[in-house]
Design a protein. Structure first.
Length: 440
């Protein structure tokens, strides 16, 4: 009966309204229903907490099936009454605002929150000393950095000795003991010559993330491409994930053909490396899907010659045929041009048990789509350490009814009390998402 109702509804109302209504109806079912095929592609008007999507290789259109749009967001002040929306039982509060381009956020072992403010070149420490959901302590841990993004504590565990910071062109570290709110020493350069990007080099992806393996023996660093789809000398040591020892020695390429592996994280149980990736532009509204995937050593994901398996980019026609069958299909395909950035696994205990060890990722929103998408935080369901292929809208509401944008999620981290912390560089805010509903 329920399926019949859905079919009748879809035949009676326009497509966009149908998708929204389907989402509302499916939220009442015992098992979450999943939007598939064209319904899964959607745009920001079809986003709502709890909406699930499954995009597969079979859903990929042909290149240039639609024109390549130029539709950058107009970022506006947060309108009166506008607020992020989370699923039922979750409460969203403003942890701190008036930050300057807050990007990656990470939780220190003692519960302090470290935030990279990339534009001013600063790492800020926020401490909620009394547990009221707002910081009583805010301190500049380090300044005069070069577009800092990734932050990692070393060695992994309860008593780190250093905090590592990934600048756009280097990795540096500071001495650290639990509770430090200011660096006690000057930065020590660990890797001096990572290809840089952004305003320092006249273009290219500039974000560099850094994480350690669970045993602390390997340091992973993400390096995005300089171009959209070039394969010239300017792309040397780019579009890949590099791996070093903790002293920055013995560099190797861990995974490659990854246009912009913005966010890195390590699964807390399996130890697998995961990444959140921006794919290429210029092939139409629904190409190429951004993605989230685990990365095995030596894995190849096709850029710039191929995408999502053995699909050749027409702008690279005939090149590198020997690589065609080596291109891996990522674990989770996302709506194209979502600009997937940071990601983390939920290790807290305050969310309902079905969230435990699921992934969360921020979708910053992009420009290369006639109907914009992204501007949300998604949940990636996991089973025994493996992604199901689906993803679910978790935190939405950053786009106005007119299609302007007031918030752009970037960083995601699990606070010591189990809340999900989300940075938003559109409004300069850190949002706190806590569960206050009943648990089964």
């Amino acid at each position: 009966m329920f399926q019949s109702l859905l079919r009748n509804l879809a035949s009676l109302v326009p497509a966009t309204v149908a998708v929204m209504a389907l989402a509302a109806l499916t939220a009442t079912a015992d098992e979450p229903k999943v939007l598939k095929g064209q319904d899964a592609l959607g745009d920001w008007t079809t986003d709502a907490p709890g909406v699930r999507r499954l995009i597969t290789v079979d859903d990929l259109p042909k290149p240039f099936d639609t024109p390549s749009a130029s539709n950058g967001p107009k970022v506006v002040r947060r309108p009166e009454g506008a607020w992020p929306k989370a699923p039922k039982g979750f409460k969203v509060t403003e942890f701190m605002t008036k930050l300057n381009q807050p990007r990656v956020i990470i939780t220190a072992p003692n519960g302090d929150l470290f935030v990279a403010e990339s534009a001013p070149g600063r790492i800020r420490v926020l401490r909620d000393a009394d547990g009221d959901g707002t910081p009583e302590v805010t301190s500049a841990f380090a300044s005069d950095l070069s577009q800092p993004f990734g932050i990692a504590f070393y060695p992994p565990g309860p008593n780190p000795t250093h905090v590592y910071v990934a600048n756009t062109g280097s990795v540096v570290r500071f001495p650290y003991r639990n509770g430090d709110t200011k660096a006690t020493g000057k930065p020590e350069t660990i890797v001096a010559d990572i290809p840089s990007g952004g305003r320092l080099t006249g273009g290219g992806h500039w974000t560099r993330d850094v994480v350690f393996s669970l045993d602390g023996k390997r340091m992973f660093v993400s390096v995005g491409s300089k171009s959209n789809v070039d394969d010239n000398e300017g792309e040397k040591r780019r579009a890949d994930i590099l791996v070093f020892d903790p002293e920055g020695k013995h560099e190797k390429v861990f995974g490659w053909g990854i246009r912009n592996p913005v966010g890195l994280t390590v699964h807390p149980k399996t130890g697998e490396l995961w990444t959140s990736v921006n794919e290429r532009d210029g092939l139409g509204d629904h190409l190429v899907p951004d993605y989230i995937t685990h990365v095995d050593e030596g894995a190849f994901y096709g850029w710039p010659w191929y995408y999502i398996g053995p699909h050749q980019d027409p702008r690279q026609k005939g090149k590198r045929p020997e690589l065609k069958e080596k291109v891996l299909v990522p674990d989770v395909l996302l709506q194209s041009h979502s600009a997937s950035l940071d990601m983390t696994f939920y290790t807290g205990e305050s969310f309902p048990k079905e969230y435990h060890l699921d992934a969360f990722a921020s979708e910053h929103g992009s420009w290369n789509r006639a109907r914009r998408t992204g501007y949300k935080v998604i949940r990636v369901p996991m089973r025994d350490g493996k992604a199901t292929g689906e993803y679910e809208d978790f935190l939405v509401g950053f786009v106005t009814p007119e299609g302007d944008v007031w918030g752009r999620p970037v960083g995601v981290a699990v606070a010591k009390d189990g809340a999900l912390m989300v940075t938003d560089d559109g409004s300069g805010t850190v949002w706190r998402v806590a569960y206050e509903g009943e648990k089964p």
